[in-house]
Design a protein around this ligand. Structure first.
Ligand SMILES: [Zn+2]
Length: 202
């Protein structure tokens, strides 16, 4: 999910994330970011496969790079299919109080949603520059596994709930525009295609 970029210090956060990978050494090199796939890339519309025990090495390598990519964008959530990896894995950081609070979601599953809904503006790093109001359940209960293999169940509301649903959607090949009316969705997709053509031409 796209962030608003307020108060972003990409270099500082790269270092923070590099530190997660290997013992918080401020002298660590800044991690290179990964290219983010943009609509209409087919992988963004596919259901990702579950993470298996044998994926450990891949995940350890991928997660710090996904965080680096997300903070650089800047975004508050990034799913593995958005960086071309077919796995049910996403990273999230809402930066509460401007402090990093990185969350790694492996095989996340939404267990329950509230009947009450909430509408908020969403954006997506895979639909750059496009925003629309999306209505979703206001609260969710989510189960996921962390990189150490421990299972967790959390309840979320507000922006956190929207962000979790947005990222789990990515693992099922669903984009925020798929929650809009066909008219609004097509308007956004046409605008995106036009901006891409202009960029390619220019
Ligand atoms: Zn997204």
């Amino acid at each position: 999910m796209q962030g608003d970029g307020a108060g972003v210090d990409p270099v500082g956060r790269h270092r923070y994330i590099a530190g997660m990978a290997a013992d918080a050494d401020p002298a660590l090199p800044i991690l290179p970011t990964l290219p983010i796939l943009v609509v209409p890339e087919p992988l963004l519309k596919a259901r990702a496969r579950r993470v298996q025990p044998g994926d450990g090495a891949l995940i350890r390598d991928l997660v710090p790079r996904m965080f680096a990519t997300m903070y650089q964008a800047p975004g508050i959530g990034l799913a593995a299919p958005q960086v071309g990896v077919d796995l049910r894995l996403a990273v999230v950081d809402l930066m509460p109080g401007e402090k990093p609070a990185p969350l790694v979601l492996i095989n996340p599953e939404i267990l329950a949603v509230s009947e009450e809904t909430a509408t908020r503006e969403e954006g997506c790093l895979s639909l750059p520059g496009q925003y629309a109001d999306v209505t979703r359940p206001a609260r969710v209960k989510l189960r996921y596994v962390d990189p150490e293999g421990a299972g967790h169940e959390i309840e979320a509301e507000g922006l956190f709930a929207a962000c979790l649903q947005h990222e789990v959607d990515h693992l099922d090949g669903v984009l925020f525009v798929d929650h809009l009316s066909p008219l609004k969705r097509n308007m956004i997709l046409r605008r995106l295609a036009k901006e891409r053509r202009l960029k390619e031409a220019g």
